[in-house]
Design a protein around this ligand. Structure first.
Ligand SMILES: Nc1ncnc2c1ncn2[C@@H]1O[C@H](COP(=O)(O)OP(=O)(O)OP(=O)(O)O)[C@@H](O)[C@H]1O
Ligand SMILES: [Mg+2]
Length: 422
């Protein structure tokens, strides 16, 4: 009965929702956007529509389904199981406040049941938990099936905060997404990748540039400086009398070895290095373009986006407006900026000098000490990077998540006499 699903592996959407009312749809859409998911994936029609749609299309990775109009939720969920592919994390919501129903739903593989009315924060928590299940170690079998994720962070102007964001992103991928992560800081003379984490950069990167033939797995293991259990850094403070002389082989080799040794790589890629060594972005799943709302940055965002479009058309792009002042002291409004670059800003980070100063003093990434308004965009960033990478790189791994998830359980239940419900 579920044979037709095999051909669809790899075409999964990261998220789809089927809701019964406008209020739920209105609450879901912005939260979907925060996660880098399309708000258009929030459909009306509840469970009935979910079953109909999924019988003719691939199942998403995370499925939100509203059971409000369902007379027999448990039974209907079983109908969903028949059309839903294994590996989907199903989050249900409904108005029935009955602990037995909740337990039956969870026992049948539903990830969570949100009782209506629920709050935006409850919704965010549920999605965060669902994502941690998808990206975190899954009972013993984990690790091996995490496809490598590579993100290149590029500042459109000097000092826009690209390195701050690169260091934070690397830290988040390690700490929050539980991925072993490498931060490769390609600002060879003035890099701050090590400094920002209160580390000595060592000679690893300069050695690699001088002698690229030495770069192999063992070299990586020795040369990289460990910031914590899941984050290692390769950065340099090359002497200023020593110009950078390399054809880029070393960088390419380092990138290759990091792909083998880590589950994610974050490149801090100064824009002049982008021009000099364009191949550095070819393998990146995501380019994080960090800008600020100024005239000059607008001009250079336009140029860098155009460059990426023609030089790395396969790379997904995240545009960040950083250091956005809270008052009206903007050189150019966000709306005008977006109009000029002909695309929306994906994430805005407020200008928060207090947090920036504290991070510098403590030698910690800004994401680690950010709270509230400053923390949310960081979460959004790491979610977007992972989602973009899995959309295209899921590519690399058609097996996708295969944990002991939901619908698998539902299906095994269906194999048994199912009428224990009622
Ligand atoms: N959102 C923010 N609010 C306030 N200050 C910030 C913010 N983001 C970064 N900064 C500060 O801006 C300064 C420059 O940051 P950073 O070194 O990351 O920029 P960059 O784009 O990498 O610069 P460079 O062009 O030298 O590589 C740092 O002092 C950092 O603490
Ligand atoms: Mg920098």
């Amino acid at each position: 009965m579920n044979a037709p699903f095999q051909a669809r592996a790899g075409l999964r959407d990261p998220f789809t929702a089927f809701v019964c009312d406008d209020a739920t749809a209105d609450m879901l859409r912005p939260v979907a956007v925060e996660h880098g998911w399309s708000p258009e994936k929030v459909n009306k029609g509840g469970l009935r529509n979910a079953v109909q749609s999924l019988s003719v299309s691939a199942s998403p990775t995370i499925l939100f389904v509203d059971l409000s109009e369902s007379a027999d939720p448990l039974n209907d969920i079983n109908a969903l199981a028949e059309v839903c592919e294994p590996g989907t994390v199903v989050i249900a919501s409904g108005q029935v406040n009955d602990v037995r129903l909740y337990r039956d739903l969870v026992a049948s593989g539903i990830h969570d049941y949100l009782l209506k009315p629920f709050t935006v924060d409850q919704l965010r928590d549920t999605f965060a938990h669902a994502q941690s299940i998808l990206s975190g170690p899954r009972g013993g079998e984990a690790q091996a099936d995490k496809p490598h994720v590579m993100a290149a962070v590029i500042g459109t102007r000097g000092g826009v905060g690209a390195s701050t964001i690169a260091t934070s992103l690397a830290w988040l991928l390690g700490e929050k997404a539980h991925r072993s992560t490498a931060l490769l800081d390609l600002d060879v003379h003035f890099g701050t990748g090590a400094l920002a984490l209160d580390l000595e950069p060592g000679r690893g990167l300069t050695d690699a540039i001088e002698n690229p033939s030495r770069i192999d797995g063992l070299f990586i293991e020795r040369a990289m400086i460990r910031a914590n259990e899941r984050l290692s850094v390769l950065s340099a403070e090359a002497p200023l009398h020593q110009p950078l002389i390399t054809d880029g082989t070393a960088f390419f080799q380092l990138q290759e070895e990091m792909k083998n040794a880590f589950e994610s790589t974050v490149l801090d890629l100064p824009r002049h290095m982008l021009i000099q060594y364009p191949h550095m972005v070819h393998d990146a799943h995501v380019a994080v373009v960090v800008s600020e709302l100024t005239l000059a940055a607008t001009r250079d965002t336009i140029r860098i986006l155009a460059w990426l479009k023609s030089n790395a058309p396969q790379t997904k792009i995240i545009v960040i407006a950083n250091r956005v002042p809270s008052g009206g002291a903007l050189e150019i409004s966000k709306k005008d900026f977006e109009q000029s670059i002909e695309r929306p800003v994906d994430i805005s980070f407020p200008d928060d000098r207090k947090v920036a100063a504290q991070a510098a003093k403590l030698g910690k990434p800004m994401a680690e000490i950010a709270t509230g308004k400053m923390a949310a965009p960081y979460t959004q960033l790491s979610n977007m990077v992972l989602n973009h990478a899995s959309e295209e790189g899921a590519s690399a791994d058609p097996k996708a998540p295969s944990g002991k998830s939901l619908v698998d359980n539902l299906k095994s239940m269906l194999a048994k006499p199912k009428d224990k419900a009622a």
